[in-house]
Design a protein around this ligand. Structure first.
Ligand SMILES: Cc1cc2nc3c(=O)[nH]c(=O)nc-3n(C[C@H](O)[C@H](O)[C@H](O)COP(=O)(O)OP(=O)(O)OC[C@H]3O[C@@H](n4cnc5c(N)ncnc54)[C@H](O)[C@@H]3O)c2cc1C
Length: 393
């Protein structure tokens, strides 16, 4: 573990100067928490394919849930760059931990804050912020992944309540969630969001096993068999696909930052190792081929840092479009995956072991390049921004 705890994050373009003191304090606090609470246990949890659930309360305590949600609802009232830096530091620890914070913040707290009634906000947000309760987000279905608008999960109006029927698949934290934000079509074929609580009759959440990626994160289904949903649990202020898509924009924004953390962790471990490992009488860091890998990694990290910072500034001003977010998510995740692969090679055989973080990050990033919109779909969103033609349809 020493290789990751002795950590020198790269900052070739003095990007630190773009952050406020508050940003740096928040980043430092999360980095210290990752060193103390995540790195010592994460390989073990990944080996056992288990989510370190005890960290949920600690994530609440360090302010990782809902950092941009106002104080009156239990959030920290910070800006989007602070949120991004929190995601970066958490994903340096592990994508599973960042995913838990992303889902809770962007896919559960954000829709309640943005589209919920005052009563829903006061009831759920403070408890989600503190980690007292865990939420999940049910959009993807067995037969509808990239095309969620074709979902078949339905609510039927029964007067004072709805009956919910259908199934959601690949849902992060579904098996442990106290509440689920579920998206389903109503009798008029309009997509509505709702808050479904654990323990309601007809709701089951079986776990999905056998993942080689995101092993320290729980993934499962949500199955609804005539689940009675009170009308008060519908999110009143949004209708249509823009509801879930705006949540995804917030989460994808966080992923664009999170991926940088994974890449920085791999880069730092590779620099350290390459200076210590002697072959042919010299450190491998002295060899041009290894310097090429490190130089290219630093270049890509630097570009990703600047992209994320600019996107964060635009998001703070309300100017970041979904297409801008797509570009950053796509670029930064591919960047991190390539760096995980290249830096693993720098370590030779040692790179495949769990003494170093590369293989774990690499396997995790295979999920990140697929979830929250696949790499292909984000490319097509950029294509649509250029041409005005949605080629994914
Ligand atoms: C670990 C994990 C956690 C997840 N957590 C959640 C969660 O919490 N909540 C949730 O709702 N979902 C979650 N997901 C689901 C995730 O968002 C979907 O996997 C993703 O949207 C892709 O859907 P799919 O897997 O069905 O792939 P598909 O949509 O079937 O795509 C398969 C392939 O076809 C390509 N493709 C699809 N459409 C087009 C097109 N029009 N043009 C060109 N190529 C296309 C895709 O790029 C991909 O390569 C999670 C997934 C994973 C792996």
């Amino acid at each position: 573990m020493a290789s990751t705890i002795e950590y020198t994050p790269p900052d070739h373009y003095l990007v630190d100067e773009l952050f406020t003191d508050e940003h740096k304090i928040v980043r430092g606090a999360i980095r210290d928490w990752v060193n103390k609470s995540v790195l010592p246990v994460i390989e073990d949890y990944c080996n056992r394919a288990e989510f370190p659930r005890h960290l949920i309360k600690e994530l609440g305590d360090i302010g990782a849930f809902g950092p941009f949600i106002p104080n009156e609802y239990g959030g920290a009232g910070m800006d989007h760059i602070a949120y991004g830096l929190i995601m970066q530091e958490l994903e340096r620890g592990d994508t599973g931990i960042r995913s838990a914070a992303s889902v809770q913040t962007s896919l559960v707290m954000y829709p309640i804050f943005q589209f919920g009634s005052e009563e829903q906000k006061r009831n759920y947000l403070p408890r989600l912020a503190s980690g007292e309760i865990i939420g999940c987000f049910g959009l993807t279905e067995p037969n509808h992944g990239s095309d969620p608008g074709s979902m078949v999960t339905r609510i039927t109006d029964k007067g004072d309540h709805y009956l919910l029927n259908g199934a959601k698949l690949w849902i992060t934290n579904s098996t442990i969630a106290d509440i689920s934000i579920v998206w389903a079509k109503d009798d008029n074929n309009v997509i509505r969001g709702m808050i479904v609580e654990k323990g309601w009759e007809g709701l089951t959440a079986p776990e999905t096993h056998g993942k080689w990626s995101l092993r320290a994160s729980v993934t499962g289904e949500l199955v609804f068999d005539n689940v009675k949903v009170p009308k008060d649990n519908i999110l009143p202020n949004v209708k249509g696909l823009k509801g879930p898509l705006s949540c995804l924009s917030s989460a994808r924004y966080g992923i664009a930052w999170g991926a940088i953390g994974a890449a920085m962790d791999c880069f730092d471990a590779a620099v350290r190792y390459s200076k210590e490992r002697i072959q042919f009488g010299k450190p491998i860091a002295a060899k041009q081929l290894q310097q090429k890998k490190l130089a290219e990694a630093l270049t890509e990290i630097t570009k990703a840092q600047l992209l994320a910072w600019r996107l964060g500034s635009l998001r703070n001003q309300g100017k970041a479009t979904p297409a801008m977010i797509s570009m950053a998510k796509r670029n930064n995740v591919e960047m991190a995956l390539n760096i995980a692969r290249d830096t693993r090679q720098i370590l030779g055989a040692m790179g495949i072991t769990n003494d170093y973080p590369m293989m774990r990050h690499m396997m995790n990033l295979e999920s990140v390049i697929t979830y929250e919109g696949t790499h292909d779909i984000h490319l097509l969103i950029t294509g649509e921004a250029i041409t005005g033609i949605p080629a994914y349809k």
